[in-house]
Write a protein that binds this ligand. Structure first.
Ligand code: PLP
Length: 266
């Protein structure tokens, strides 16, 4: 066996969540579980707990570019996962980074709100993401509230939002955790007109970091070469299991259990 064989590296551009449920920590854990190596570039620091977010600070252009460049100068990147942006300037910074990685699978999670509902960026950040980053993405993964903001359809159905958003991207996965159906309907829309609905049992809890877990898992599956539709199905199933097995370390939402309980046993 070649001990120097490396796992595929996934460039994660995300915010830091100090309670470790969402953001960069979610990306790292979910990518380890896909046998990928996370290379985390921090876009923002947040102050939050499992209940809600109270503040955030966006890193400046030079610091984010320098973090990304350090990775790009050092190792090949097999996929990109984008999470919290926080500002209009960060949208442009990320465009600059993505343009350095043409033909690399790119999963765009349009993060605008924390699990508790607090804002992680103004809606204008979402509109800039829609026009500048969605066209570069392999797939965009909003939940229904995020899809409604991006489509500017406050009461739109997933199908109505998708009709608007598919004008800006090639593949769109609208997750249904916030929907009102008895089962969760996760809907994949493709620019070629095909659609796929993946249903799963609705779990009783509220979770902190489910969207990050899904998007980074999907980036990991694409990094290892899985085809898009089966990668989406795999990532949804994995994420559902992390929610079923979630932990309740704090006073608020549950945190997905992304690594097996016996991870450290020799
Ligand atoms: N990124 C960061 C840094 C966050 O703090 C959060 C939520 O708190 C998110 C992303 C989005 O979380 P979720 O995966 O629950 O949508």
């Amino acid at each position: 066996m070649n001990i120097y064989t490396s796992r595929p590296a996934v460039l994660c551009l995300s915010g830091h969540d100090p309670v470790g449920g969402a953001g960069i920590q979610a990306d790292i854990e979910a990518l380890i579980a896909q046998n990928c190596h996370a290379t985390p570039v921090i876009t923002a620091l947040t102050i939050q707990d499992t209940v809600d977010v109270s503040d955030f600070k966006i890193l400046d252009h030079a610091w984010v570019m320098a973090q990304a460049q350090a990775i790009l100068d050092d190792m090949p990147v097999s996929a990109i996962k984008l999470g919290m942006l926080g500002s209009l300037e960060m949208v442009d910074t990320v465009v600059e980074i993505i343009q350095k990685l043409p033909d690399t699978p790119f999963v765009c999670d349009p993060v605008l709100r924390a699990g508790g509902g607090g804002a992680l960026g103004k809606d204008e950040v979402g509109y800039a993401l829609r026009s500048k980053l969605m066209p570069l993405a392999t797939i965009v993964t909003p939940n229904l509230p995020e899809a409604r903001i991006l489509a500017e359809l406050p009461n739109g159905t997933a199908d109505e939002c998708a009709a608007v958003l598919l004008q800006h991207c090639e593949h769109l996965l609208i997750t249904g955790g916030h929907g009102d159906e008895q089962e969760v309907h996760n809907r994949l829309y493709c620019a070629d007109g095909s659609t796929h609905t993946f249903k799963c049992a609705r779990l009783p809890g509220e979770y902190h970091g489910s969207g990050c877990t899904l998007a980074s898992t999907l980036a990991g599956r694409l990094a290892i070469g899985q085809e898009l539709v089966s990668a989406v199905e795999f990532a949804l199933n994995y994420t559902w299991r992390t929610l079923r097995d979630a932990e309740a370390p704090g006073r608020g939402q549950y945190i997905p259990r992304r690594l097996p309980l016996d991870f450290c046993r020799s």
